[in-house]
Design a protein around this ligand. Structure first.
Ligand code: SF4
Length: 204
C-alpha cells in the first residue's frame, strides 16, 4: 500500500542518508533508537525541506531505518547468491508517455528499456545491473513480483520501491527463502519518482 502523502527527499544532503544508515545499524545490532529519529529530523531540517508534518517524517524515517537494518542483516546471505534479479519501478522512467521507447511485455510482466535517454534513471540502473549479471524488471506495480518469483526461482533480489512496498516485498522474500536487498525511493508519487543511483550501485 503506498504512503498517504507525497514526499521529495532528493535534494537532501547525502550525509542524511549516511546518518540513517549508521542509526539503522545501531538499531539492528543494539536495539536502541531513543530520540535519535527526532534528532536527525531536526539536524537535517527535514520538515522545513519537505513541508511534511512531523508524524509523516517519523513514519518515513522509521521505514528507511527498518529497510537499512534489514539490508545489513541480509547482506551476508545476499552476497553469496548467484542468480539475482533487480526490480525497478516504472514510475522512475524519464518519460511516462510515448516518448519512453520501452516495450511492455505482459507475459513477464515488465517494461523492456530501449535505452532512449542516457540521463534516465531506469536506463542507468538497467545498464549497470545487466553488466553485473542481473535479470532486470521494470514493473508497473508490486503485484507483478509474485508471478516473476514463482517462475524464475531467484536466489537474491534487489528491489527499488517506496518504503511500504519494500516492507511487503520483504515479507514475501522471507517466506520464499530469497535473500533481499532494498533501495527506498527518495521521491514518491505516480510519475517522476526517484532513487539514489549511488546507493543502488553500492548494493548490486
Ligand atoms: S531510457 Fe528506457 S525507461 Fe528511460 S525513457 Fe527511454 S526507454 Fe523509457
Amino acid at each position: 500500500m503506498p504512503y498517504k502523502f507525497t514526499f521529495d527527499l532528493s535534494k537532501i544532503s547525502r550525509f542524511f542518508f549516511k546518518e540513517i544508515a549508521t542509526v539503522s545499524y545501531q538499531r539492528g545490532m543494539h536495539k536502541k533508537v531513543g530520540r535519535t529519529i527526532h534528532e536527525v529530523i531536526r539536524r537535517f531540517k527535514i520538515q522545513e525541506a519537505t513541508g511534511l508534518n512531523l508524524s509523516d517524517v517519523v513514519l518515513l524515517l522509521e521505514d528507511f531505518m527498518e529497510i537499512q537494518a534489514r539490508n545489513f542483516l541480509e547482506r551476508e546471505r545476499f552476497v553469496q547468491t548467484r542468480k539475482r534479479a533487480l526490480f525497478l519501478p516504472h514510475c522512475s522512467r524519464k518519460y511516462m508517455d510515448s516518448r519512453c521507447e520501452a516495450m511492455f511485455d505482459p507475459d513477464i510482466p515488465s517494461y523492456i528499456c530501449a535505452h532512449c535517454s542516457s540521463d534516465c534513471l531506469i536506463n542507468q540502473a538497467v545498464s549497470s545491473a545487466e553488466k553485473k549479471g542481473y535479470d532486470v524488471y521494470v514493473l508497473p506495480g508490486g503485484s507483478c513480483v509474485p508471478k516473476i518469483l514463482k517462475n524464475k526461482h531467484y536466489e537474491g533480489v534487489v528491489g527499488v520501491s517506496c518504503g511500504e512496498e519494500i516492507k511487503l516485498g520483504g515479507g514475501m522474500l522471507k517466506s520464499m527463502g530469497i535473500a533481499g536487498q532494498a533501495v527506498p525511493l527518495v521521491k514518491n508519487g505516480c510519475a517522476n519518482t526517484s532513487f539514489n543511483l549511488e546507493t543502488l550501485f553500492s548494493i548490486l
